[in-house]
Design a protein around this ligand. Structure first.
Ligand code: TRP
Ligand code: SF4
Length: 400
């Protein structure tokens, strides 16, 4: 019914690292040629936990967009924008809040987890509780089909599906829905109307999922339907009201195979990161001083790659031959750890080289970045406005 759009955001919390690249950005880059993608700086979300540091938000936002561009996100393909520059997100958030049961928000698992994890911050705010609802607005406003995120965000996507369903249930049941839907069926033309009717019966009476699929495809192809009628017919198929907000699906980003320098998850708070655009000298030093299998005290002690974070890096970067060389050489004490690290150093530097190069253009001329984002905001806003027009209308705020 809508183009299969992809929406995702990142909070501007500081320079990105290779964990972000392997965990998310690489996936963003891949998706940009497959779907219309909308990637944004979630600056309001950053304030939910960091409202005491407003001075760093903007700086971090620009740096992060440069990191995206460095990683290969292509502004000619994807739309890049800043959440707070599309204030419609906030409007939708407010309107969705009217139908959001408090218990739903309190039960989102990240709510309690994060409060415990970030015990040094005051998170007893409305903004923090409402985090998943704001995130829902971010996605639902573009009627996105897919949200590429990591495992930890799955409950948030589940939450937005429930919000969309509830919204459609409450506001898609306009007065005279049944009659309006029947009138819309007629507009399909007699042949398609008959087919739609048959498929609908097959789905509703026998739960035939293939029939549902075919009926949706039929609606996708129907040329002469208004937006409202299209939404009615989608809803009518399943026995509900109009489908105004689309339930998105998670596109799980394969869990990052790149841990931090110490083998834990790569994270700024653990101090175990390699920056996306970190200078070569620092990268070399960091990898050279990485811990290895603690059992390998002397060069002549054999080691076990399974107990070594360097091996995790080989898994992410090395080819089969190199990996065999490591396994064999480590277990037999045939190679030294510094020797073992060299191919990793080479691979990381090779991965970063094009990123540094792409970033340089934008570092030299910041107006390029600002223009990309300004264009992206305009594009995103246009779509957001369309959705809001409809949302306002069904919520009784059209004021015509
Ligand atoms: N909560 C996400 C994170 O911490 C960031 C985010 C905000 C987001 N809004 C979004 C991700 C909408 C996907 C879609 O990573
Ligand atoms: Fe780790 Fe390589 Fe040293 Fe083995 S040889 S302990 S895999 S760094």
């Amino acid at each position: 019914m809508y183009p299969e759009r992809v929406v995702s955001g990142m909070r501007p919390t500081g320079a990105l690292h290779l964990g972000h690249y392997h965990g998310a950005l690489k996936n963003w880059v891949r998706l940009q040629s497959e779907y219309p993608c909308y990637y944004f700086v979630a600056d309001w979300h950053a304030l939910t936990t960091h409202y005491e540091e407003p001075e760093v938000v903007e700086q971090n936002a620009w740096e992060m967009v440069i990191d995206w561009l460095a990683a290969g996100v292509d502004p000619a393909q994807a739309t890049l924008f800043i959440q707070s520059r599309v204030p419609e997100h906030a409007e939708l958030h407010t309107l969705l809040s009217m139908i959001t049961p408090l218990g739903w928000l309190e039960r989102v698992p990240t709510y309690k987890d994060q409060q415990e994890r970030l015990a040094d911050r005051d998170l007893a705010t409305y903004g923090f509780l409402g985090y998943p609802l704001l995130q829902s607005a971010d996605v639902l406003i573009y009627r996105a089909r897919f949200v590429p995120v990591g495992e930890d965000q799955v409950p948030h996507v589940e939450f937005m599906r429930e919000i969309a369903r509830r919204f459609n249930h409450v506001f898609g049941r306009e007065p005279g829905f049944e009659e309006k839907a029947k009138a819309a069926v007629k507009k399909l033309g007699s042949r398609k109307a008959k087919l739609y009717g048959e498929l609908r019966t097959r789905y509703q009476e026998r739960g035939d999922a293939g029939a549902l699929e075919s009926a949706r495809a039929l609606l996708d192809e129907a040329q002469n339907l208004s937006q409202g009628d299209r939404e009615r017919l989608f809803g009518y198929l399943e026995g509900g009201g109009r489908v105004i907000l689309v339930e998105p699906d998670v596109l799980l980003t394969e869990a990052s195979r790149l841990p931090g320098l110490d083998g834990q998850k790569m994270s700024k708070s653990y101090g175990n990161t390699i920056g996306l655009r970190e200078d070569a000298e620092t990268v070399i030093r960091k990898i050279r001083t990485m811990p290895t299998d603690p059992a390998r005290v002397k060069r002549t002690d054999p080691g076990d790659p399974e107990k070594c974070p360097v091996w995790q890096f080989h898994l992410a970067y090395s080819d089969q031959k190199t990996k065999e060389w490591v396994l064999q050489g480590c277990r037999s004490a045939g190679i030294g750890c510094l020797e073992c690290k060299q191919p990793v150093i080479d691979a990381v530097l090779a991965e970063q080289a094009p990123m540094r190069e792409r970033a340089q253009r934008y570092l030299d001329d910041r107006t390029l970045v600002k223009n990309i984002v300004a264009d992206g905001c305009d594009k995103a806003r246009e779509l957001a406005r369309e959705t809001m027009r409809e949302v306002r209308e069904v919520m009784g705020l059209a004021y015509t």
